[in-house]
Design a protein around this ligand. Structure first.
Ligand SMILES: Cc1ncc(COP(=O)(O)O)c(C=O)c1O
Length: 362
């Protein structure tokens, strides 16, 4: 079996795989309603919210689109805080739907600067919402969302959060941090297959929703809410993926959120220390390195393409490369979901053998 250590999809526990072999059921029937209600209830606990949480059939990007079309109108000014590939994707979606985006970009590998966000909000009082990535998977950086949120709320703006690769693995108390819309995806820390986006909505987000004029049909949260009240989703859901998520959430509840967060912190520390022991350095700014993905700078002659190939072919270890302008410049180790220190220890051991074969000079 491959040691799949990309930042999602992740390997799945056998109980979760088993759940996907179950026969189909009526998605408008009582049994599905009970499963959906159970899943929603557990998600609320893990999101740490009393607000609404919706299960959407689609990938994380669909969830980001849903966040925008459910709260904004064409012509609205939004501040987008971008620190990498996924911050740019949020910008692209907001632009595509006709908002006026004020981009606030930071060097890739660095976290967003809270003072710069404050200045941008001071400079343009008409900004309606702030878009931010909690955990930037492309650079292995986790933003200081608590501080960002307190500035955003100082100015009383809506906060839309891409928490796709952090929520459920890194602490993100949605209500305490006043996140208005928070988006995650089943294939990340949730130990479930791809196919579902999970999204929370605050009261403020619902207020914005009541006047938001963006076109929306499939992603319409008002419709999702009215269907959820009868234990359904508006459209045919990815039933097998819901079965899987239902089991993985059960496992998460058993482990407990604080234990899950602590495990991810320990595993990430194993990854960071292991990387440093190999003579490599982290791409992420000190103090902001992510607990779900470690990005490693490729230096001293290291050919990342060759390294990834040898790891895969000779050690059955699958890591991620750099995306877009980071291609060839970094590689990434995913450590989220069903992962232990031993899994990452195996990755470090394989790297120790492969790095010199892939050109790393010591
Ligand atoms: C931070 C972040 N945002 C957005 C996405 C896009 O999610 P999806 O590929 O599920 O559409 C990802 C996926 O890697 C991500 O890590």
């Amino acid at each position: 079996m491959e040691n799949l250590r990309i930042p999602g999809p992740t390997p799945l526990p056998s109980e979760v795989l088993q759940a996907m072999t179950k026969q189909m059921i009526n998605h408008r029937g009582e049994e599905f309603g009970q499963i959906l209600n159970g899943v929603t209830d557990k998600l609320k606990q893990l999101f740490q919210t009393k607000g609404d949480v919706f299960l959407l059939t689609g990938s994380g990007t669909g969830g980001l689109e849903a966040a925008i079309v459910n709260t904004l109108s064409p012509g609205d000014k939004v501040l987008s805080v971008s620190i990498g590939v996924f911050g740019e994707r949020f910008v692209a979606i907001a632009e595509q739907f006709g908002t006026e985006v004020i981009p606030l970009r930071f060097e890739w590998g660095k976290a967003a600067d809270v003072d710069a966000i404050r200045q941008a909000l001071q400079a343009e009082p008409k900004i309606k919402a702030v878009l931010v990535t909690h955990n930037e998977t492309s650079t292995g950086v986790t933003n200081d969302l608590a501080s960002i949120s307190s500035v955003v709320k100082e100015f009383d703006k809506l906060l839309l959060v891409d928490a796709i690769s952090g929520l459920g693995s890194i602490n993100l108390p949605v209500d305490d941090w006043h996140c208005d819309v928070t988006v995650t995806g089943s294939q990340k820390g949730w130990m479930a297959p791809p196919g579902l986006a999970m999204v929370s909505m605050s009261q403020e987000a619902w207020q914005a929703n009541s006047t938001a004029r963006m076109p929306r049909f499939y992603w319409d949260f008002a419709r999702a809410k009215s269907y959820l009240e009868k234990g359904q989703t508006p459209w045919t859901p990815a039933i097998s993926t819901v079965f899987a998520l239902s089991v993985s959430l059960e496992m998460m509840m058993k482990e407990g959120l604080s234990n899950i967060i602590a495990r991810h912190a320990r595993v990430a520390k194993t990854a960071r220390e292991g990387i440093k022991s190999l003579g490599l350095s982290l791409f992420a700014e000190e103090g902001y390195a992510s607990n779900t993905v470690t990005a490693v700078a490729a230096s001293n002659g290291l050919d990342t393409k060759k390294m990834l190939r040898i790891l895969r072919e000779e050690h059955q270890v699958v890591l991620g490369g750099g995306q877009q302008k980071l291609a060839g410049k970094i590689f990434r180790i995913g450590h989220l979901g069903w992962v232990t220190e031993n899994d990452i220890g195996a990755v470090i051991s394989a790297l120790r053998v492969v790095l010199p074969q892939a050109g790393l000079r010591t």
